[in-house]
Design a protein around this ligand. Sequence first.
Ligand code: ARG
Length: 461
Amino acid sequence: MAKMWAGRFSKEVDETVNAFNSSISFDGRMYQQDIRGSIAHATMLGTCGIIPKADAEKIINGLKEILADLDSGALLMDPTAEDIHMFIEAELTKRIGDAGKRLHTARSRNDQVALDVRLILRDEITEIRKLLHALLNTLVSLAEQHTETIMPGYTHLQRAQPVTLAHHILAYVWMLLRDDGRLSDTAKRMNYCPLGAGALAGTTYPIDRKQTASLLDFTAPVPNSLDAVSDRDFCIELANALSLLMVHLSRFSEEIILWCSWEFKFIELDDAYATGSSIMPQKKNPDVTELIRGKTGRVIGDLTTLLSMLKGLPLAYNKDMQEDKEAIFDAIDQAKLCLKTFDPMLATMRVNKDRMRAAAAQGFINATDCADYLVKKGLPFRDAYKITGTLVAQCISEGLTLETLPLESYKAACEQFSDDVYEAIALETCLNGRISEGGPSAAAVREQLAAAKAQIAELGA
Ligand code: ARG
């Protein structure tokens, strides 16, 4: 494709440099946003009398036709074009002649690309949030089904204290709600319009930046022309929000991987969401979750790419910034893929309540409650803790649990024990006694569920 800036040059650009320089293979994805931005710009140029109204109309109609042809596939992008902005402008001039050449008045590709990226990220955030809201709804309905499903809570991956599956799932609901909040904040903060910043120093034309900002549904124009074309903090904020979201999905995935191992057998994935081995006939592998865990590293890598790309750049535009798109688009695409697969995988998994309960019934998960029993009988917690520790050691050496340890052994360790200890250390007692706000008892979880549901409803999910 002939270069628009060819006038300044006496030679064609080297073919390798041309391919190296070109971004259309990845910024072509922004064609709808580019055209939308150009329509707003042309409208403003027309109403401000910077170009004739008739030309503005021709431009707008021409752009709409190009949009329709790109949408339908009637027009294909030229892979040798420098970028999507040049391609569309050249196509417009090819179609409508001189009027097309007036479109770029009072504009630079620097404010144009800063606009297009904001527009597409805004659209993508809306889509990602929809997927996230669907996942939140799936998690809440799973939690509702499992307020009585007792399982071990872990620290150091050692059985620690009893919780329920509902409580465990709700922990992720709150994390994902914060992720949603970060995405929404990011969208709000990036919602300022860079159009009219020109290459870096505004323009001498009597443009109306407020008009383009409002035509494109922005809160207001970016207040400083240098800032408008120089920063990519909005890409970084989004990559950061997506990295955290992925980290949350990855931790959950790691647990799913453990839970469907034969060692745990807490859950079984539906056949549609698991894969087999090419050699070992017995295998049913949780590939989806492993890929989510793996892709999390990739999204964190995208964030690192963006941070490192920006950190040494002097104001204003530098070509390094063209590298923003592949990184942020990749982070978006990977996060969307993960959300789309994780949700139905969770919705269809089978929960093995008996295995969860059995795991909670072993491993001295009630040892804290045994100590608390003595505290209620008047002992200081540290003494109660020590006595219970010796009982646990005794159980381990005799192959018993606190539930099966005879009363004489309890009494030998401390006079305060009587036969109500068995009731005090029963799993249900241990669980339902944890009534503190945010705790795992059925009553506390029901309150938590109601609060989570109210927050999700507010999102319009
Ligand atoms: N393709 C370029 C990018 O993505 C568009 C902006 C080019 N501006 C320039 N001054 N060369 O960053």
